[in-house]
Each structure stands twice: as C-alpha cells, then as structure tokens.
Design a protein around this ligand. Structure first.
Ligand SMILES: Nc1ncnc2c1ncn2[C@@H]1O[C@H](COP(=O)(O)OP(=O)(O)OP(=O)(O)O)[C@@H](O)[C@H]1O
Ligand SMILES: [Mg+2]
Length: 300
C-alpha cells in the first residue's frame, strides 16, 4: 500500500506558439506545437514519484491514446496509478501562447470531471491505509470532500492545494491538516487580501496549518503556534509553471520521510524553486539525484 495517495486531475496540454490569436473566421498559421503531460494532480504525483516516495495517483482517464500516454508517463516517474476509466475523453488543456507572452487557455476536464463520491468510496481502503492524502481542486468538489472525509476519519494527514481558486465549505476546511494557498487563492478563500487576517480566519474555521506560497519570496507557515517565514533560494527564473505543484509534491514526500513540518516546508520551497529554473511543467521537475545536487550547490 502506498504511503502517499494523490487524488486529482491528469491532462494533456496542447501548446501552440503563434504571433497572435486569429480574428473570428480567420485562419492563421502558427509556429510550433507540442504536447506535455499536465494536470495539478499528476504534476504533484510526478514530483513525489521522482523524489522516490512511491506515491499512488488516483484519477480518471478516457479509454483513449492520450489517457494511456499519461498513465505510462506517470509510471515512468515512479508513480503507481489507479485510474478509473470514464465514459468520456481524457482531460486536455489547449494553450495558445502569443508573441506578447500571454497564454490563452481552454481546459476540457473530460474524465477529470466525472470523478464522484462513488469513485472515491471505491478507493476508501487506499485512503485509509495511506499516511498522507494530497488533494487539489481540478476534480469535482464532492469527490475532494469525500476523500478528505474518509482520510480525516482514518487519521490520514490531509494536504490540500486549493487551486484553482474558489471558496470552500468549512466542512472541508476543518479536515485539512495543511492548506497550500498562494496569495490569490488565500484572498478567494477568505475575502481578505491581508495575509494574517485571512489565515486567522482559516485557523478559526478549522484548518490546522497554512502554507502561503509567495513566489520568489518563498512561503509562510502559519498555525496556532504562530508564523514562520522561509525564503526561496535565488534561481534564474526560466518558467514558473508547476512551481506550486513541485512544492506540494515535495512537501508531501518530505513529511512522509518523517521530517518536521518546518523542514518539509523548506524542502518543498527549494524543490519548487529548482523547478522554476527549467522550462515546462512536469519536464521542469528534478529527480532526487538532481535535487540533491541542487541543494548541495546552494549550501556551499
Ligand atoms: N521566481 C522564483 N524564484 C525562485 N523561486 C520561485 C519563483 N517562483 C516560484 N518559486 C518557488 O515555487 C514556490 C511556489 O511558487 P508560487 O508561490 O508561485 O506558487 P503558485 O502560485 O501556487 O504556483 P502554481 O501556479 O504553479 O500553482 C515558491 O514558494 C518558491 O519556492
Ligand atoms: Mg498553486
């Protein structure tokens, strides 16, 4: 049985580089096309897998070639998979990157959108026997809530990355041991743009620990005992895509190794920053050997 279970989204990103978007009715020739495995759940699972945590990823795919390719890709990164085959296509994201640097994105949730309470109950044993359950919000909220409920009852530690940003019921928040919002998500969750006020509200609503990620400024760990801040290492920022996912997966892996929460936050931040120094989402994630070298080079 896996000690870390990740339940969430998996999708293929289809990325087109072009000068500009076409006008209505216009056809343009773009410059390049690439496809990359993505989805917050899969990215976070890949991070934990590459770090040697042997996580289990639970999600949904279609009975199609994209789904197979995403599953193989996770397995190659040290992630076990238990995927429900949905009666629809695997999730995809269609991304147009224009010369002004803007991304224009349409997400088709596909199979990700089909996960329901029944699917989650069918994997209750895996959740109950895990030490850590890692969740995000790219699958239906009812599935996230059911997973957190089963985990909390069994004493499995619940980590929630509340992205994409949305408001959440107290019934979910009170089951969260570690909440990992960025500043935008924190404001959406609480209505408050002030970090301390927002976190106090969340603690009152039952969240046990909040890790507020602050991009190049690192992160804060806030709980009933107070607030600690952790600086991010300086890196040449090449592409911040999946930085937060890298942090989440590495934090879960570090906690699972038995590190104290402060140490696990620090490790998560460093792993997130390492990912910023390379292009892409999953392609930017470091293996454990590469990460050890990255840490070494920072402590000299
Ligand atoms: N420019 C940067 N330089 C160094 N480290 C960075 C930079 N941007 C992000 N990081 C690292 O990645 C972590 C997570 O980044 P961020 O706070 O941007 O998460 P996020 O907004 O949730 O990102 P995502 O969109 O990937 O979910 C930070 O805590 C930090 O360690
Ligand atoms: Mg994030």
């Amino acid at each position: 049985m896996a000690e870390i279970v990740i339940i969430g989204s998996m999708n293929m990103d289809f990325v087109i580089n072009c000068d500009r978007l076409p006008e209505p009715g216009e056809t343009l020739t773009g410059r390049s096309f690439a496809r990359h495995p993505g989805g917050k759940g899969a990215n976070q699972a890949a991070a934990a897998g590459l770090l040697g945590a042997r996580p289990l990823f639970i999600g949904a795919r279609g009975a199609d070639e994209i789904g197979q390719s995403l599953e193989d890709n996770l397995n190659h990164q040290g992630v076990e998979t238990e995927l429900i085959t949905a009666d629809t296509e695997t999730g995809t994201a269609h991304i147009f990157v224009t010369d002004d640097g803007e991304s224009h994105i349409i997400v088709i949730p596909g199979a990700n959108g089909t996960l329901d309470n029944g699917d989650i109950r069918s994997v209750a044993t895996e959740i109950q026997e895990a030490k850590i359950l890692l969740l995000q919000l790219e699958i239906p909220l009812e599935a996230v809530m059911e997973a957190a409920r089963i985990a909390a009852e069994a004493g499995t530690t619940v980590i929630l990355d509340p992205a994409p940003a949305q408001e959440l019921p107290d019934e979910l928040l009170e089951r969260v041991d570690y909440l990992l919002p960025n500043e935008t998500e924190l404001k959406m969750l609480t209505g408050s743009a002030e970090i301390e006020a927002a976190c106090n509200q969340l603690l009152t609503r039952g969240v046990k620990n909040i890790i507020v990620t602050l991009g190049d400024k690192g992160a804060l760990l806030i709980n009933a005992e107070g607030e600690k801040d952790f600086a991010a290492p300086e890196v040449e920022a090449v592409d911040t895509t999946a930085a937060g996912d890298a942090l989440a997966g590495a934090f879960a892996a570090a906690l699972n190794k038995g590190l104290e929460p402060e140490e696990a936050v620090r490790e998560g931040i460093y792993y997130g920053s390492a990912a910023v120094s390379r292009p892409g989402a999953q392609s930017s994630l470091f293996s454990s050997a590469e990460f050890a070298e990255f840490l070494n080079s920072r402590s000299e």
